[in-house]
Design a protein around this ligand. Structure first.
Ligand SMILES: [Zn+2]
Length: 75
């Protein structure tokens, strides 16, 4: 996943360039996880899924970043 140089599109509802990604939970089975997504600062609409990265993908990616490094990588 590469989010470099990616800017969120405008709000689908009011067209303002105020979309903000909010993560309530990293646990895909939790109730709060369903609220994860993009919200508009202007009209408070949301959550939306913008682009082709789902919240499940984002949670898996975040988990990979938190994984401990393999021992043999340290020389
Ligand atoms: Zn909006």
């Amino acid at each position: 996943m590469n989010l470099t140089n990616w800017t969120p599109p405008n709000c689908p509802q009011c067209k303002a360039n105020s979309m903000r990604l909010i993560c309530f939970s990293h646990v895909p089975s939790g109730a709060a996880f369903k609220k994860n997504g993009w919200y508009c600062d202007g009209c408070k609409a949301g959550p939306f899924q913008l682009g082709n990265v789902t919240e499940v993908d984002a949670a898996i990616f975040a988990k990979q970043l938190n994984a401990p490094r393999k021992q043999h990588e340290a020389i």
